[in-house]
Design a protein around this ligand. Structure first.
Ligand code: PMP
Length: 454
């Protein structure tokens, strides 16, 4: 069968049988599906052989790039040796145990325990329960409430979608569940007004204190945030923000949770995003870059303060069939070996990160660009109708979609959250590939300017 025919068949099969995450089923059936078939480095090919520069590392996860045969080989060995055993009832496997040692080792002794999950969403549900178990074990059962942020993202399970601050998710399924509140995000471009970013960081952090007062400290278990809000639009907080959040959490005796699902494992040029911003969480959820997406695995890192109390809490009735899955743990171990051997974290901090920042910043001269922000290999291009007044396009979604779709059509995969264009490439991206990305982006921005949107 010729490849076009094969693709059409596959696309039709997909439309008939496959419901995708975050999609309008009718639209997808009408438009068909793009079937991806092969990847190498930062490049991904569809089943017709068309190449795309993947500026998004899959879904912020393929940190070591596509096509690393070493991972496949390690996984095959483990598959043949022991494809599965659980970590319930006092058993473990060598890959799960070695991975626990390895990952906690990246925290410089700050978080010495990890609970394994298969995804970021499961990690969210895990720390949400552990935080309540912690306070109950300490004799404070009323400390249950969790404060999160508008426009944050913590997954798609009921607790994850509730903790996330996405209105369009809350509208479906009667969320958030009880016991969860949201405060504003540190999005200076949209909400900062006349304040400097530093002033705005403090102001928006102070909302946490006000919310604790409103709920009563004796009722609040924890605050959660992504070091940099990813899905919300790569919202990079001012430097004043996280230290102030940490101060409030410590003074008001609530747990500080970092969602490191996007920021973990080198994306910001540190092992974890909280190191970049200078704060120390009590628990941190991880996934994505832990295995670079080669197999599904996540977890919750836990510091001694919390772990010591959990150890006194009796049975912890929480866990997943695939917690610490030996084949997934093997993929993660091999992924981390590659990140270490190729010094990818240092590469992001000292070499490709600064280069990416400089090249992306060069787009700030474009008439439809209000601001470019980067940290490590996360980059956001804020679109603007009038850059001098920070005025945004009337239909922010249309503006973002226009650039994204143009780029996609011309071979660059990037994402748009409203009017922010997002980039999050694999940590192995070369300078030439960064240049190509920026070239494509500029064409996309030119295309938006030509549309003359209101
Ligand atoms: N937290 C953050 C910050 C995320 O970006 C995501 C996924 N994009 C999740 C949690 C949920 O992870 P998963 O999709 O693996 O459940």
């Amino acid at each position: 069968m010729d490849p076009v025919q094969q693709l059409q068949n596959m696309s039709a099969l997909d439309a008939a049988h496959h419901i995708h995450p975050f999609c309008d089923i009718k639209d997808m059936q009408k438009n068909g599906t793009l079937i991806m078939s092969r990847g190498e480095g930062v490049w991904i090919h569809d089943s017709l052989g068309n190449p795309y520069l993947d500026g998004f590392a899959g879904l912020w996860c393929v940190n070591i790039g596509y096509g690393r045969k070493e991972v496949g080989e390690a996984v095959l060995r483990q598959m043949n040796e022991l494809p599965y055993y659980n970590t319930f009832f006092g058993t473990s496997t060598a890959p799960a145990t070695l991975l626990a040692e390895k990952v906690t080792g990246y925290t410089s002794g700050r978080m010495n325990r990890i609970f394994f999950t298969s995804s970021g969403s499961e990690a969210t549900d895990t720390w949400f329960r552990l935080a309540r178990i912690y306070w109950k074990a300490l004799g404070h059962p009323s400390k249950k409430h969790v404060i999160a942020r508008r426009n944050g993202y913590h997954g798609s399970t009921v607790a994850g979608a509730s903790l996330g601050g996405m209105k369009h998710m809350h509208e479906q399924g009667d969320l958030p569940i009880e016991g969860i509140s949201h405060i504003n995000q540190p999005y200076w471009y949209a909400d900062g007004g006349d304040l400097s970013p530093a002033e705005f960081g403090l102001k928006v952090a102070s909302e946490l204190e006000a919310k604790i007062d409103e709920l009563g400290e004796e009722n609040v278990a924890a605050f959660v945030g992504e070091p940099v809000q990813g899905a919300g639009g790569i919202i990079i907080p001012p430097d004043t923000y996280w230290p102030e959040i940490q101060r409030i959490c410590r003074e008001r005796n609530i747990l500080l949770i970092a969602d490191e699902v996007v920021c973990g494992f080198g994306r910001l040029g540190r092992w974890f995003g909280h190191e970049h911003f200078g704060f120390e969480p009590d628990m941190a959820s991880v996934a994505k870059g832990l295995s670079s997406g080669y197999l599904p695995i996540g977890g919750v890192l836990i510091n001694d303060r919390v772990a010591d109390v959990l150890a006194q809490a009796g049975d912890i009735n929480h866990g997943y069939t695939y917690s610490g899955h030996p084949v997934c743990a093997t993929a993660a171990l091999e992924n981390l070996r590659i990140i270490e051997d190729e010094k990818l974290v240092q590469r992001v901090r000292d070499d490709i990160g600064p280069y990416f920042a400089e090249r992306l910043k060069s787009l700030e001269d474009h008439p439809v660009v209000g601001q470019v922000e980067t940290v490590g290999l996360l980059g956001a291009i804020q679109l603007a109708k009038d850059k001098t007044t920070r005025q945004r396009f009337q239909d922010v979604d249309l503006a973002g979609r226009t650039v994204r779709n143009f780029c996609y059509k011309h071979g660059l995969i990037m994402r748009a959250t409203a009017d922010r264009m997002l980039a999050s490439p694999a940590l192995v991206i070369s300078r030439e590939e960064v240049d190509a990305m920026v070239r494509y982006m500029r064409h996309g921005l030119d295309h938006l300017a030509e549309q003359n949107l209101a």
